[in-house]
Design a protein around this ligand. Structure first.
Ligand code: IPE
Ligand code: IPE
Ligand code: MG
Length: 265
């Protein structure tokens, strides 16, 4: 990729010139620590999962308020089926409750709901609820809220490769953009920032392809304790970083949404 001279402006120079801060276009969150949150209170793990769902609406509204266009929340991994049956069934039940409880309000606030991951293995009724929420909100454009449920990065890549082969695309025609088109995130920008709560310092198979140049923000805060204020602090932290994408300077700002410097701490 070539870059014109005017592209090669460091973010700090750009900030000085325009006095604006870039808002990440896509933020993804690994919502971890529900079980420990509950255990520390002497509660069953499912109480932690329920408490964690109370965060979805306020964090989504805060993200929209900050001008973030895509928010992706990871709620259940392809590996989480390994948990005891009671916990897995509880998590499926909680997803159904959350859809029923939150969809209308999210819709009213202009959130477009999407799902990544496999619907296979979910009860037909739950699949229907997910499809209906997606259908109801499909024309909203304030923020795209993607719920990653029964999602795993490797499974997503395997599924993409299978579909590329099934579509008869010849090997020499496959490039990075082909793979992107076949991933479930097709059409979405890559995450600029990935937040993981609960102090674990790993990706655990999240957005493996898409996270190639994501910035990471790890916090010891357990997910049910994660507040919109800490979310905003993570965004401020991101705004102080210099992204390089393998070059010497960051590429031109990919996203026009900016905010006045004055609002930074
Ligand atoms: C995250 O919380 C939610 C899911 C993975 C479903 P955990 O259930 O992993 O909580 P911890 O990590 O055991 O505390
Ligand atoms: C990752 O958390 C999955 C979600 C948060 C949905 P896990 O708790 O399942 O990850 P590991 O097992 O600690 O790596
Ligand atoms: Mg965990």
């Amino acid at each position: 990729m070539t870059s014109s001279k005017s592209d090669r402006v460091s973010p700090s120079d750009q900030d000085a010139q325009s006095c604006t801060l870039t808002v990440p276009r896509h933020v993804a969150i690994i919502m971890d620590g529900n079980g420990r949150w509950a255990t520390r209170r002497g509660l069953p793990r499912l109480a932690g999962h329920r408490a964690g769902t109370e965060n979805i609406r306020p964090i989504t509204f805060k993200a929209a308020e900050l001008g973030i266009r895509y928010l992706t929340l990871w709620a259940f991994s392809t590996e989480n089926w390994r948990r005891p049956r009671e916990e897995v069934e509880g998590l499926l039940q909680i997803l159904s409750e959350v859809i029923q409880r939150e969809t209308v309000d999210l819709h009213r606030h202009g959130a477009q709901l999407r799902h990544i991951g496999s619907l296979e293995g979910l009860a037909p009724d739950l699949q229907r609820q997910i499809r209906e929420a997606i259908e109801l909100t499909k024309n909203n454009d304030r923020i795209v809220l993607t719920i990653a449920f029964n999602y795993g990065g490797r499974a997503e890549i395997v599924q993409a490769i299978r579909r590329i082969i099934a579509d008869g695309i010849p090997p020499e025609a496959v490039d990075e953009s082909t793979i992107e088109r076949y991933l479930q995130t097709a059409g979405m920008p890559d995450p600029d920032l990935i937040i993981r709560t609960s102090g674990e310092l790993r990706t655990s198979n999240f957005l493996l392809w898409q996270a190639a140049y994501a910035e990471y923000y790890f916090t010891p805060t357990l997910w049910p304790d994660f507040t919109p204020e800490e979310f905003e602090a993570a965004i401020r932290d991101f705004q102080r970083r210099e992204r390089r994408f393998g070059g010497l300077y960051g590429p031109p700002r990919p996203h026009p949404v900016t905010e006045p410097c004055a609002s930074a701490p």
